[in-house]
Design a protein around this ligand. Structure first.
Ligand SMILES: *[C@@H]1O[C@H](CO)[C@@H](O)[C@H](O)[C@H]1NC(C)=O
Ligand SMILES: *[C@@H]1O[C@H](CO)[C@@H](O)[C@H](O)[C@H]1NC(C)=O
Ligand SMILES: *[C@@H]1O[C@H](CO)[C@@H](O)[C@H](O)[C@H]1NC(C)=O
Ligand SMILES: *[C@@H]1O[C@H](CO)[C@@H](O)[C@H](O)[C@H]1NC(C)=O
Ligand SMILES: *[C@@H]1O[C@H](CO)[C@@H](O)[C@H](O)[C@H]1NC(C)=O
Ligand SMILES: *[C@@H]1O[C@H](CO)[C@@H](O)[C@H](O)[C@H]1NC(C)=O
Ligand SMILES: *[C@@H]1O[C@H](CO)[C@@H](O)[C@H](O)[C@H]1NC(C)=O
Length: 840
């Protein structure tokens, strides 16, 4: 592999040297042919020579200078002409002991504009690294060096010239000492840097002064001769990036860069940086593109600093494990006590139930249908017969009880089969049972046997695992390929890093952004452990005291979606890590796919709590996400107004469907009969009839309004990129659904336990913090690489993590806390009979 690369480089080098040697040979040929008037002039540095040449007369300036033993002899040659023509240019050939350099005046950089002033720095002789050449002269001995500058032309008429050579006074750049110089397309510049002992990593930063945005190339190259200071040669070795106003490259000694050149060239047009084609007049005599740059070399983080930063992050997240363990170890008994006490409080405190009463009273009033006054303590004493009438208050018809009876009979008769087959009829039965009721309770929607439910539930976890493997592996492979291409070509425009804070380690160019995702992994795993613990507890308590039929307490325990969520959090970490191996426009969906899934799973989990029987299938759910990802890919690849509108239509239809699903508790269907039903409904109830479930109606209307605003505003404003827009939609809906659930919970006379309140507060605090950090994005892959680079930000935490890393860590915490809110949200119902838990 390396041999192959070496051979390739050698071949490229030969190809590039070929034009030089060709020009040299041609020069020799022409001077031999036109040797009539070759003028040989001994010359000195710092002296400006002016003169005229034509096809009969050429000039050779000969320098004889000494090199001190401790100096590198970098010489800069400037040649300009006022009347040289592109058809008969002045040829400049510079011959040194070990090499030759040639160009022509006017210099036509990329065939865009012929520049009449040209300058080049000659590669110091020492850097040729030829065996037998002494690195430095023996002490006390003077080494003479020869330099010939040959100016010639084939123009019959006189060509004037101005020529000067000087030893570059500050060829070496020092640590922490800014160096400022001018660069133009025909006058590239480079300086050399040698890493002081004890320093392994340096950050080289370039900044353009005077807010000057000319497109330039910034390159780091190993110290060789000839130096590739022409744009066309940059791609041979080292690293290079396009720069408008700011650029940074971290250079490590391990990569073989204990000495390197920092090369700056300016492009004749800005197209490479802005992707905007400009029309320039090629004969504009004042086509000035002078870029003044400020280059600084500062020490980057040492290996010790790396260790500290890595250990600190791991320790921070290990802290979560420690705190959790401590809390669980010390508080197990107390928690139970807490819950027990809370239930007792409820019994003795009749007005706790007032919300429930209000709800019932509202319903009674609105329907003008007197219902039996609910028992004030029904939540606490559910065994009374008042209970059964409560749910069926509206239509206590014999029909209803008959169907109830029929179902329970059938349930007993087919219970042995149920485990194997999912009866579709059964599901519609369930829906029909609840159809007539005003207040549906969770036990009405938990009629399927436990094994059937858990079988259905398990599909979520297993499908999730399959998706993770099938989606994750190709992603990892792809980004590692990107990274390899970056390292072998040195083209730092491939990936949108925060170059001002991209700490390389090993194979990775930007280790900190990959590593800071550790939080998702560690907290995802912790969440899975906590779910596991809860599940074990539940199984144990069920085995200890099996609940009788109809006497089950609490929300039906289903844990598989929690596992899927934990897994999604872990995958989010892995995917975000993969995206940050080489962030770019086309990779961004890796970062967001699992965020969508987390949002979707969260909403589904909340829905599942009170609607266990009427959950969508796992296949359906994941297929929906496949559709979303398809839309995202379309949006990223073929972004156009029609994709935005398409998504808006999907959003409007889906949110309407979901709201209807939630409002009618799954008892609605969209078929040919729907318009007639609606018509009937309107005829009987009147158009402006008050909805039956006011709370639900108002909240869902708000949700719909927000979604439709998003749907309308998206295509009109197109505020952010498409993937982020979809993500924002998901996050927004997830948040709204959580809020909806909590408001409905409180309205139904339930409580939010103290632990949950704590988690809610923690989640809100961390979300606020992490969104604040997210706002300061140090990259923007919607722009060109160089424009993105100009908003790069230096590291802010431990000199290793930037704001985006802090966002990774804080958002991992906030997701964890949000998950914990969901895990503990219905803890107050643990001791409440399932028959008494209202569905909303
Ligand atoms: C050339 O001139 C510059 C100032 O223009 C001076 O710093 C430098 O020492 C001079 N070099 C020689 C070799 O005279
Ligand atoms: C070059 O030399 C030739 C022959 O000696 C002469 O005819 C011609 O005029 C000269 N050209 C110039 C530009 O001096
Ligand atoms: C350069 O100058 C030194 C001392 O004046 C002399 O010894 C040496 O021969 C010269 N080299 C050339 C090529 O003229
Ligand atoms: C080179 O050495 C001389 C004396 O030996 C000293 O005056 C000079 O400053 C040194 N130059 C550099 C660049 O170190
Ligand atoms: C290089 O220097 C060593 C001593 O410093 C000397 O023996 C040797 O001849 C030199 N080689 C050349 C090519 O000058
Ligand atoms: C010529 O150059 C000047 C100075 O850079 C610039 O302002 C002007 O727009 C240029 N003219 C054209 C036709 O490009
Ligand atoms: C050059 O950059 C350094 C470091 O960023 C800064 O301290 C210095 O002020 C800059 N120089 C100029 C002239 O802006």
């Amino acid at each position: 592999m390396t041999e192959c690369r070496g051979a390739l480089k050698a071949a490229l080098l030969v190809c590039l040297l070929f034009p030089c040697s060709y020009a040299w040979i041609r020069q020799f040929h022409s001077s031999a042919h036109l040797s009539i008037g070759q003028k040989f002039v001994p010359a000195e540095f710092n002296h400006t020579y002016r003169g005229q040449i034509n096809s009969n007369e050429s000039m050779i300036y000969a320098f004889n200078y000494t090199r001190l033993d401790n100096e590198t002899d970098a010489i800069r040659v400037t040649v300009s002409s006022t009347n040289a023509l592109e058809t008969n240019p002045m040829l400049v050939v510079i011959k040194q002991q070990l090499g030759v350099l040639s160009w022509q005046v006017p210099l036509n950089v990329e065939r865009i504009y012929p520049f009449l002033t040209t300058s080049r720095t000659l590669c110091p002789t020492i850097n040729y690294h030829i065996n037998g050449l002494n690195e430095s002269a023996p002490p006390g001995e003077v080494v003479y060096q020869d330099l010939y500058v040959d100016l010639s032309t084939s123009s019959a008429s006189n060509v004037d010239f101005e020529f000067r050579a000087f030893q570059v006074p500050d060829f070496f750049i020092e640590m922490n000492v800014p160096m400022i110089f001018n660069v133009t397309p025909s006058e590239p510049q480079y300086v050399e840097f040698e890493m002081p002992p004890g320093i392994d990593r340096v950050l080289v930063t370039i900044e353009s002064l005077e807010d000057n945005k000319f497109c330039s190339y910034f390159s780091i190259q190993p110290v060789h001769c000839p130096v590739a200071d022409e744009e066309s040669q940059l791609r041979i070795e080292g690293y290079y990036q396009t720069v408008t106003s700011k650029g940074s490259i971290v250079v490590t000694r391990d990569d073989g860069y204990d000495k390197f050149y920092i090369v700056v060239t300016v492009k004749p047009v800005d197209f490479y940086c802005t992707q905007i084609e400009q029309i320039i007049s090629p004969k504009n005599a004042t086509y000035l593109r002078v870029k003044t740059v400020n280059i600084t070399v500062t020490e980057s983080l040492s290996s010790k600093g790396y260790t500290i930063a890595i250990v600190a992050a791991v320790a921070f997240f290990t802290g979560f494990y420690v705190i959790t363990c401590a809390l669980l170890a010390s508080n197990i008994v107390k928690w139970k006590y807490c819950f027990g006490k809370m239930t007792e409080e409820r019994v003795s405190q009749p007005d706790v139930d007032s919300h429930g009463k209000v709800l019932d009273a509202l319903e009674k009033d609105l329907e003008g249908n007197p219902i039996p006054e609910p028992n004030g303590t029904e939540y606490a004493s559910p065994s009374t017969s008042a209970k059964t009438t409560r749910g069926q208050s509206k239509t206590p018809s014999p029909n209803q009880s008959a169907s109830d009876l029929a179902v329970s009979q059938r349930r007993t008769s087919v219970s042995s089969l149920e485990d194997e087959v999912d009866f579709i009829d059964d599901m519609s039965d369930d829906k029909n049972i609840v159809r007539g009721k005003t207040v549906v309770t969770v036990s009405d929607l938990t009629r399927k046997s436990r094994s059937r439910l858990s079988k259905k539930d398990r599909q979520y976890r297993w499908s999730m695992i399959t998706i993770c493997i099938f989606y994750g592996l190709p992603v990892a492979q792809l980004v590692l390929t990107y990274q390899r291409v970056l390292r072998s070509t040195g083209n730092e425009d491939l990936c949108y890093y925060n170059f001002a804070c991209a700490n390389p380690l090993g194979f990775l160019s930007d280790f900190n952004h990959v590593f800071s995702n550790i939080g998702y992994l560690m907290l995802g795993f912790l969440f899975i452990l906590l779910v596991r613990r809860r599940q074990m507890q539940y199984i144990k308590s069920r085995n200890d005291e099996p609940a009788a039929e109809g006497k089950e307490k609490g929300i039906p325990p289903q844990f598989e979606l929690f596992y899927a969520m934990g897994l999604a959090l872990i995958m989010e970490g892995l995917m975000s890590g993969s995206y940050h191996v080489c962030p770019s426009y086309s990779n961004f969906q890796f970062d967001t796919s699992f965020m969508y899934l987390i949002g979707g799973l969260g909403m589904l989990k909340i829905y599942q709590a009170r609607h266990p029987d009427i959950m969508p299938n796992a296949y359906l759910f994941y297929a929906f996400f496949a559709l979303i990802i398809l839309v995202t890919v379309l949006g990223v690849v073929y972004i156009s107004i029609s994709v935005w509108i398409g998504f808006s239509i999907i959003l409007v239809v889906f949110t309407f469907g979901l709201s209807a699903q939630i409002y009618y508790l799954g008892r609605w269907s969209l078929d040919c009969g729907a318009p007639k039903r609606i018509y009937d409904r309107i005829r009987t109830d009147g158009l402006c009839s008050w909805p039956k479930h006011v709370d639900r109606f108002v909240l869902l209307t708000l949700v719909l309004l927000v979604n439709w605003t998003i749907a309308i505003m998206g295509p009109i404003w197109q505020p952010i990129d498409f993937a982020s827009y979809i993500l924002a939609t998901f996050v927004c809906n997830y948040g709204m659904y959580v809020l909806f659930y909590m408001v409905m919970k409180l309205r139904s006379g339930e409580r939010i336990s103290r632990l949950t309140v704590l988690f809610i507060l923690l989640a809100c605090a961390t979300w606020a913090g992490s969104l604040y950090m997210f706002y300061f994005s140090p990259i923007n892959w919607q722009e060109t690489p160089s424009q993105s680079r100009s908003i790069n930000q230096p590291c802010s935490l431990l000199k290793f993590y930037d704001k985006h890393d802090i966002w990774h860590m804080m958002s991992a915490c906030s997701l964890f806390f949000s998950f914990m809110v969901m895990l503990t949200l219905d803890d107050d119902l643990m001791t409440v009979f399932r028959k008494d838990i209202v569905v909303f």
